[in-house]
Write a protein that binds this ligand. Structure first.
Ligand code: NAD
Length: 646
């Protein structure tokens, strides 16, 4: 059959039992994505299957890398006119309807990632089998890109698993593993790889009725739709405002009022594609996705692979950096002044591993075996990378680095995690100052994706490249920055937090200051952030950044009283169970958002202008992934540009 059709991205053969095995294997690509060429061929395949239906059809992937990663985002990002987006949706909506209507039974054999359009094409098959492997993950993550699952996902997923689970998947983009998928009815079977083909054969020929949500979920899909929709709207409203994030609201509306078909939504309705694309978030989130890809690609080609890391300083940062490296498979020696200072980091790590490995004791033990308490610093002599994370004190760092340089391998990467000391000042103690780089992690290490990799004038390019490769190896996003006070992230956060504290000094409540930035889309307000970082650290960093000795009265008074924020139980807020107690909002100050944003935007601009980061895109990436800056904006530089253009 295939040769006549000249397929580049698909293969099809019919076995002796009459089952057509359709394999997607997109040419010149590690992963399968659904671009127009791929779906153009799929249309031809459907023509054939409609004309000469086989006994059954099984769809599978020919890639090691997984099943189908979703739409082809590069192609999608190039589309400018909404009319063209609608045409794309209409074509794929039609294709998947034809797949669903084929006269023969169809089955998606899902092994590896099955995302977005990949899940939507699978939902149009009569049956689904998920292969029980850690890499098998099913999701509709469109919402994370500011768009909606418009190729049938909003229609078929709620019908299959019920609206509660379907809306949860579509509104969060969460990934479901094979076993969970079976449990919730997203797939019919979950099988080990060795039997997947025979299981597919049996199921596709079984004549088993098509799955549908039953009981209450069926009611919620029908006459009680409004109940499920109202609940979902309430949940979404807690996290995202419609003017910044229209997609989740559009998903609920489209499912409830337009049969899950976004082509049915009138152009003037806020759930329409016209509205979603006119608003801008969708394009900005795709931009953020590509920025993330860019950071992910940095350091990727490095031949340097660290096996042993030595961390000095087992405090807040050092302890967590060590645990993260261990989790990524490295062996870590952890040094501090004595064993008693290392012990808390070891038990914190054990707790973290236990959570990560869901109580699997063997895995936890293997990880703990790779984390070695090393009060004598013996690990220095073997390590590939040595990270210093001791007190922020220049003399102490000098004494330590002198000792380290004398004992370290000549090719080991020497790195400091300092936030506020100058690389140029720290490295004066070294025989070979060019080998010191900054590898600046953020707190909490496990949750923050960004790591700044710092170079000063004269830093050895090979060492710097190794440091970038090392951060990539740790599965963090490396951001190359030049040595300057606060690098990028703290240089941008500092003036913003200072302005917020000045507002409190002027008599505004912390709640009103925080609320305005939270509604802009920041993960937490600037005053809560100051309390979280620690007010003593906020003072020290502020001084180091600006050189100013003047501290806002409100801040100085709290620090003097020992009220340092979350860690002491009180700062600007009183903290209970790790949460700030907030009073009800009474005041809303007009223009406050703009006032608070201004210093952040100016500081980002300055970092670009002075070359702390190489370009505006890297600045946007760094500020988004290092501070959580409202992703819907596409980043502070992009936001400024758009505001100026508007
Ligand atoms: P911390 O006070 O929690 O821990 C410092 C540890 O270093 C202590 O356990 C101390 O005993 C140990 N130490 C001090 N001198 C030592 C020496 N000579 N040899 C061995 N151990 C020694 O400090 P932290 O908050 O983890 O900060 C450490 C470094 O990380 C600083 O340079 C800081 O600027 C930087 N940093 C901190 C944060 C943060 O949010 N805390 C974020 C990024 C970077």
């Amino acid at each position: 059959m295939t040769p006549a059709m000249q397929l580049e991205h698909w293969r099809m053969h019919t076995d002796e039992s009459g089952i057509a095995w359709l394999t997607i294997d997109v040419a010149d690509s590690a992963a399968n994505t659904l671009g127009s060429a791929v779906l153009g061929e799929f249309a031809q395949i459907l023509d054939l299957l409609e004309r000469v239906p086989p006994k059954a059809m099984v769809m599978q992937s020919g890639k090691e890398a997984g099943y189908i990663a979703g739409a082809n985002l590069e192609e999608y990002a190039r589309i400018e006119a909404v009319a063209d987006i609608k045409a794309l949706v209409a074509r794929n909506w039609g294709l998947f309807n034809r797949l669903e209507a084929l006269p023969c039974p169809t089955l998606a054999l899902i092994r590896g990632h099955c995302m977005g359009g990949g899940l939507e094409i699978s939902l149009a098959c009569r049956y689904r089998i998920a292969v029980d492997e850690p890499g098998t993950r099913l999701a509709l993550p469109e919402v994370m890109l500011g768009i909606v699952p418009g190729w049938g996902g909003m229609l078929r997923l709620p019908r299959l698993v019920g609206p509660a689970a379907a809306l949860d998947m579509m509104l969060t983009g969460k990934q479901i593993d094979a076993r969970r998928a079976r449990k919730m009815g997203l797939v019919d079977e979950c099988v080990p790889p060795r039997v997947m083909e025979s299981a597919a054969r049996m199921l596709v020929l079984s004549g088993q009725p098509v799955r549908r949500a039953k009981g209450l979920q069926a009611w919620l899909n029908g006459p009680l739709k409004f109940v499920a929709a109202a609940g979902a709207r309430k949940q979404v409203a807690k996290k995202a405002r419609r003017e910044n994030y229209p997609a989740p609201y559009a998903i609920i509306d489209t499912w409830q009022r337009f049969d899950g078909n976004c082509l049915n939504v009138p152009s003037d309705h806020p759930a329409s594609l016209d509205h979603i694309f006119a608003q801008g978030t969708a394009r900005n989130l795709v931009r953020v996705f590509f920025l993330q890809q860019r950071l992910k690609s940095l350091g990727k080609d490095s031949a340097f692979k660290a096996r042993h890391v030595h961390v000095v300083g087992a405090g807040v940062m050092g302890g967590d950096i060590a645990a993260w490296c261990v989790q990524r498979g490295l062996t870590v020696t952890l040094q501090d002044q004595n064993i008693a200072r290392i012990a808390p980091a070891m038990s914190r790590a054990a707790e973290g591993f236990s959570k990560k490995f869901r109580g699997d004791r063997k895995q936890v033990r293997f990880a703990m075996d790779r984390l070695i308490a090393d009060p004598g610093g013996r690990g220095v002599a073997q390590a590939d990378v040595i990270i210093e994370a001791i007190f922020e004190n220049l003399e102490a760092k000098h004494a330590l680095f002198r000792d380290i340089e004398a004992r370290a391998r000549p090719d080991a990467v020497l790195a400091t995690n300092t936030s506020s000391l100058r690389l140029e000042d720290i490295r004066t103690c070294l025989q070979r100052p060019e080998r010191l780089v900054g590898i600046h992690f953020f707190n909490p290490v496990a949750r923050m994706p960004l790591v700044e990799v710092v170079e000063a004038d004269g830093t050895d390019a090979t060492v710097f490249a190794r440091a970038m490769g090392f951060v990539h190896q740790l599965d963090k996003l490396p951001l190359p920055v030049k040595s300057a006070p606060g690098f990028l992230v703290n240089a941008v956060l500092g003036p913003y937090m200072l302005e917020a504290i000045r507002c409190v000094d002027e008599g505004m409540t912390p709640e009103s200051v925080d609320a305005v930035m939270e509604s802009f889309g920041m993960p937490m307000g600037p005053i809560e952030l100051a309390d979280t970082v620690g007010l003593d650290i906020a003072v020290a960093t502020g001084k180091a950044l600006t050189g100013a000795s003047e501290v806002p009265d409100a801040l100085a008074e709290l620090v003097q009283a020992g009220k340092l924020g979350r860690k002491t139980g009180e700062g600007f807020y009183v903290w209970e169970d790790g949460r700030p107690r907030k009073e009800r909002l009474t005041d809303r100050v007009p223009g406050l958002g703009q006032r608070l944003l201004e210093p952040l935007l100016m500081a980002t601009q300055k970092c670009v202008a002075t070359g702390v980061v190489a370009d505006a895109d890297l600045a946007d990436a760094g500020v988004i992934f290092g501070t959580g800056f409202a992703p819907w904006t596409g980043g502070p530089m992009h936001y400024q540009q758009r505001e100026q253009a508007a």
